[in-house]
Design a protein around this ligand. Structure first.
Ligand code: OOG
Ligand code: MG
Length: 256
């Protein structure tokens, strides 16, 4: 549909130019979540046609803290590409983003395909490794304001990710302390239990929700479980780090 293609170009251009746009639902209050996922798929197809490679899926709004911060109370997912990967310990150029925020996450690396309704046990059996991660979210909408169809069309605010060292998923990651620090001072403190009660539930939800839109979680994919706390709005000069109990840490420095 041409209309959806046009909307996909609008969100894609906003991302490319790091320029905020009005919420799509302002002009189209009836935009459905279904059309929003179609816009997301088309906008990510534009990225792939520019040479980016699909690397996985991110889950969003899987914790109460996140739902409250943005005022959307439904889980959503987005598509990750290799262009979003940021070097652990490296720099994040603020000018390449509209108004980026960082948030503490746990990420899964899959060794088996997962699709549709799977149990937590089946989901765990597909996990090769887990790692601490920070996601950079950057809503392309003015003032970081949106409702569900807006954020879904905007690839669920996907912008960047910093992934720490991978380790065996055998460790119990149901309730690990997660501390997001800014210049060494704790800013957001939470637990992996805030992610749907257990992060594996986010992986189960990812398998189910992507299948609803004709996709599967493929071997080699990474799946971000969603943030355990509210996100921190980044400023130039900050070093932002995340420490996850028993899992390790990641950090990044914010530059111009
Ligand atoms: C939507 C994306 C939410 C998460 O981890 O909850 C998300 C947003 O807050 O802009 O990535
Ligand atoms: Mg996130």
């Amino acid at each position: 549909m041409a209309g959806l293609e046009k909307l996909a170009a609008i969100v894609d251009d906003a991302q490319l130019q790091a320029r905020p746009i009005p919420q799509l639902t302002h002009a189209m209050p009836d935009l459905s979540v279904e059309d929003a996922y179609a816009i997301q798929a088309l906008s990510v197809a534009r990225r792939l046609s520019r040479g980016e490679r699909r690397i996985g899926v991110k889950m969003g709004l899987t914790s109460r803290a996140k739902m409250v911060q943005v005022g959307v109370d439904e889980v959503a997912w987005g598509r990750l590409t290799d262009a979003m990967l940021l070097e652990e310990g490296g720099a994040l150029p603020l000018s390449a983003f509209v108004h980026p925020r960082l948030e503490p996450e746990i990420v899964f690396l899959l060794k088996k395909r997962l699709s549709g309704n799977v149990s937590a046990l089946e989901a765990m059996a597909a996990v090769e490794a887990i790692a601490p991660a920070m996601e950079v979210i950057d809503s392309r909408y003015e003032n970081f304001k949106f409702v569900l169809p807006d954020v879904v069309a905007d690839n669920t605010s996907s912008a960047g990710l910093v992934i720490g060292a991978w380790r065996s998923p055998e460790i119990d990651f149901s309730n690990l302390g997660m501390v997001l620090s800014v210049n060494g001072r704790p800013k957001e403190i939470g637990s992996s239990a805030a992610i749907l009660g257990h992060p594996v539930r986010s992986l189960v939800a990812a398998a189910r929700m992507t299948a609803q839109w004709g996709e599967a979680l493929e071997p080699g994919y990474i799946v971000m479980a969603g943030a355990a706390t509210a996100a921190h709005a980044a400023s130039v000069g900050e070093t932002i780090s995340l420490e996850v109990q028993n899992l390790g840490s990641v950090s990044i420095k914010i530059e111009e």
